[in-house]
Design a protein. Structure first.
Length: 385
């Protein structure tokens, strides 16, 4: 029978795996071309280990599907070839990916916020794809599957194109890993284009609202000092959680952020204006140099590192207590601080350095329209033509 099939269909390299249910023995079998004889040879796997017959059949049929997919990907049990794909479930592939990233986090090569984002992306995908589907072969993660999920993100969850593109970027990184580990033959995310994104809207907090917020926060000295620091130095939330008291120089009025802690991996020195200086002097009166400038102990200096999530959650609580517009996000403090500094006439290049922007064009986005005046040097420019 094998020889007939080989003769009639010479290009067939395997037959699909099927389940055989005997009286005493169940087994899964398929035929695959033997590299030495060139003929299809049967391979059998006994499958008697599960006592519950209904569950045994379900697991056996799942094995048949996965073996067939594995064979279709080029796997041959008679060939030991490093170029062959590694058979693994999508769930296990995701687990291995996260293990690698968590190890990188321990080495401080990846930020905790990145790990949290990856977990969220995977959780939402698994919820959409279904737990049973997660046990299928990783090779089933195709461009079609990813694209359908991205449609779900926009149309069913109501997220923006920016969020959809963030998911796509994540899947590209995930699939790069899966190709490296030979879980996938190629990166399916490569064929999916990004969508145009709307301009990011920055909600500046009005001065009267800002005054109410800071007045309210004075009853919470630690968080008040933190918010004042964000407003005047524009240091990112995640970076601020890592700064220690020793990085603050009250004499020179500077706050140092190490390259290890910055988003762009460059050392950064920010200026501490007089208004903020008095606040930080009081804030650090009893602090040790090794303390975190803002710790988990009510945002006061301490030995336990503060989490970025706690910073944002406290802002939401404060905003709700005061009944302010939900459009005023925590980063509105930073945006408002940058805008206010530009409105006061501080040179854009100085604001750029204070904010740690990689390019002055980023800082220009914060410039209020009323400050976008004509260049006086060009007003009387003429060629007398």
């Amino acid at each position: 029978m094998t020889e007939k099939l080989t003769t009639l269909v010479p290009m067939v390299d395997f037959t699909p795996a099927i389940l055989h249910k005997g009286k005493s023995t169940w087994y899964v079998s398929f035929r695959v071309r033997h590299p030495e004889t060139g003929k299809l040879k049967e391979v059998r796997y006994k499958f008697n280990r599960i006592k519950n017959l209904k569950k045994r059949e379900s697991e056996a049929l799942n094995l048949c599907r996965n073996l067939t997919i594995k064979l279709a990907s080029g796997w041959n049990p008679f060939i030991e070839d490093d170029g062959q794909l590694t058979f693994i479930s999508l769930r296990d592939a995701f687990t291995n990916f996260m293990k690698e990233k968590k190890n990188l986090e321990k080495q401080k090569a990846i930020r905790p916020d990145t790990i949290r984002a990856y977990k969220s992306y995977l959780k939402n995908f698994e919820s959409w794809y279904g737990q049973k589907s997660m046990d299928q072969a990783a090779i089933r993660l195709t461009a079609t599957v990813i694209d359908n999920f991205l449609v779900h993100i926009m149309e069913e969850r109501g997220n923006t194109s920016r969020t959809r593109n963030n998911y796509l970027s994540f899947f590209h990184r995930l699939c790069v890993y899966m190709v490296q580990k030979k879980y996938l033959p190629s990166n399916p995310a490569d064929s999916i284009p990004k969508l145009p994104e709307s301009i990011k809207q920055r909600k500046v907090i009005p001065r009267d609202v800002l005054s109410q917020i800071f007045t309210h926060l004075k009853t919470y000295p630690g968080y008040y000092a933190l918010c004042m620091t964000i407003f005047y130095t524009f240091i990112r939330r995640t970076e601020l959680c890592k700064i220690r008291v020793e990085h603050l120089n009250l004499t020179n009025q500077t706050l140092f952020v190490t390259a290890v802690d910055t988003k762009n991996k460059r050392d950064r020195v920010t200026t501490v204006p007089d208004d903020l200086l008095s606040v930080l002097e009081k804030h650090t009166q009893k602090a040790k140099p090794s303390d975190f400038l803002f710790s988990a102990d009510h945002f006061m200096p301490g030995a336990i590192q503060l989490t970025p999530k706690k910073v944002s959650d406290t802002w939401v609580k404060t905003r709700n207590e005061l009944g302010f517009d939900h459009a005023y996000k925590f980063y509105s403090l930073k945006d408002t601080g940058i805008t206010a500094m530009l409105q006061m006439g501080v040179p854009t290049i100085v604001v750029r350095d204070q904010a740690g922007h990689y390019d002055i064009s980023v800082t220009d986005k914060y410039t209020p329209k009323e400050n976008q005046n004509a260049a006086p040097e060009l007003l009387r420019y003429t060629q007398n033509l």
